[in-house]
Design a protein around this ligand. Structure first.
Ligand code: SF4
Length: 492
């Protein structure tokens, strides 16, 4: 029988709610190294920023500032603050029967001698998984002896518009919902702890729980164990149980009968993987490319989408362009000319970016953007922001062509691994030279993080220069890859 840790954090237990194998590996198989991806790091940073911002609503609060791994120090400091009847405590720690949790904000009422618990969430709505999460937390708090009067979730209010940040949070009272849930918690915990004590890793098949409510860090391991590739065109996070079975069966063993239940693209993909061959519809490619008019302007934006808005008129999570790259090609296979802009300070990036964008884009010809609806949406927002440039900006919108739907319909290579993103398609069709591997900034999230470093007072000049160079290289690579992709399609 396996030994259990003295305390198991709420975060870990929630992993067990999602999948017992996930928790078991996290507790007993620490030799399996789990890298924090840039996307996960960005989410953590964002959660921390939102948590700190929420504290501003509660004046005079005292922070339990022990490190996250200092369970016993945090518990002691919390006990001291509770004894002193501290009115507001941030990050208070509680323990009950080996379960450990920290509360974002608790507020004491001298009148009722009871506490209100506030849990801060960065999403724009109350999600189902929060109920389990906050329920477990307040169950631990109640059982450890805290008298709770009310439990509220503070989530982001998507209607908030900068600079009016007083409206940033919406408060939802979940006390009654949780009261109905507490009876389910002890049996659930019993199951989780008993599976953790077993000598063997729980035998769990891959399924929807690998993606939701949170993406599991052991996906690569579990999919490889079952010898099943993870093909994103099936939209695995969202497919239901029945489709999961279909997916697994089709990927593992091909039969024509089962294939009739998949879409054309999915069928082609399964066939390509099972036969290990590339699918190409040359006629469809040539027909579409023939409608594109020179000069071609290959355009790509990088954006930030801060949860706490920072530019006038923007809302939480609104995408704001901070950079673009444009390659211009006047004739088929002709020379290319490059234009770019990267914003590097805390001012609103939009006025200068619009000016540079309009200077860079030719007055006629096709504008090529991969997943063009993203660039189109940003241009429409820029037109909304700058009425004096609106006509010119909206004039660009009508000229867009998008290689993504063309490729999705007309090409599939096993190297895509189920994804039609430029980062999957480019190296498969054009060779490893066009891979993004090894780039300091190699995806949109990394670009957002790099931008934050560039505008931060805490970054050294050297670091800022390095990040500026990396962002310029990354955005340029995106449009350069499109140039090469179109060349490839022209000559296929
Ligand atoms: S990948 Fe799926 S089966 Fe494997 S541990 Fe994660 S959730 Fe469980």
């Amino acid at each position: 029988m396996k030994q259990l840790p003295k305390l198991l954090s709420k975060t870990k237990i929630m992993q067990g709610y999602q999948c017992p194998k996930n928790l078991y590996l996290a507790v007993h198989n620490k030799e399996i190294k789990i890298e924090i991806t840039p996307d996960q790091q960005a989410l953590f940073d964002q959660g921390n920023a939102v948590g700190e911002f929420a504290r501003k609503r509660f004046s005079g609060g005292v922070l339990v500032d022990n490190k996250p791994w200092d369970f016993f120090g945090s518990l002691k400091k919390t006990r001291d603050l509770l004894r002193e009847e501290t009115e507001v405590i941030f990050e208070a720690a509680f323990e009950y029967q080996g379960c450990y949790a920290r509360a974002d904000i608790i507020q004491y009422s001298k009148a009722t001698k009871r506490w209100t618990v506030y849990e801060v969430k960065s999403s724009t709505k109350l999600k189902d998984e929060y109920i389990d999460d906050v329920g477990l937390q307040t169950w631990i708090m109640k059982n450890s002896g805290l008298e709770i009067e009310k439990i509220c979730v503070l989530h982001i209010n998507s209607e908030c518009i900068y600079p009016n940040l007083e409206q940033l949070f919406k408060e939802v009272d979940v006390t009654d919902i949780l009261n109905d849930k507490y009876d389910e918690i002890a049996p659930q915990l019993k199951k989780i702890f008993s599976s953790l004590k077993q000598d063997d890793v729980p035998n769990v098949d891959i399924g929807p729980q690998c993606f939701a409510p949170y993406e599991c860090s052991y996906k690569a391991l579990c999919f490889a164990e079952k010898n099943i590739p993870e093909l994103s065109v099936f939209n695995l996070p969202k497919i239901g149980d029945a489709k999961w079975d279909l997916y697994k069966k089709n990927i593992v063993q091909l039969t024509d009968e089962r294939l009739t239940e998949l879409s054309d693209i999915q069928t082609r993909m399964v066939q390509a993987h099972n036969k290990n061959e590339r699918f190409v519809n040359i006629e469809a490619i040539h027909q579409e490319i023939a409608t594109w008019q020179y000069p071609l302007a290959y355009l790509d934006f990088e954006t930030i989408a801060p949860v706490i808005p920072r530019y006038v008129g923007t809302r939480p999570y609104q995408q704001v362009p901070i950079q673009f790259s444009v390659h211009i090609q006047k004739e088929k296979d002709g020379a290319i000319e490059h234009f770019e802009y990267l914003h590097i300070d805390k001012m609103d990036p939009r006025p200068l970016l619009i000016k540079k964008l309009l200077e860079a884009c030719p007055e006629k010809g096709t504008i090529v953007a991969y997943y063009a609806q993203f660039e189109i949406a940003r241009i429409k927002e820029l037109a909304d922001f700058s009425k004096s440039d609106a006509d010119q900006l909206l004039g660009l919108v009508e000229r867009f062509k998008d290689p993504l739907p063309l490729i999705r319909e007309a090409i599939y290579d096993v190297g895509f691994g189920g994804s039609f993103s430029l980062k999957a398609v480019a190296p498969s069709l054009l060779g490893q030279k066009y891979s993004y591997d090894g780039m300091l900034v190699g995806n949109g999230t990394a670009a957002q993080r790099a931008f934050e470093e560039i505008i931060s007072e805490n970054s050294s000049l050297d670091r800022k220069q390095t990040m500026i160079k990396a962002m310029l290289e990354y955005c340029e690579q995106d449009t350069l890859v499109m140039v090469e992709l179109v060349k490839f399609l022209n000559h296929i």
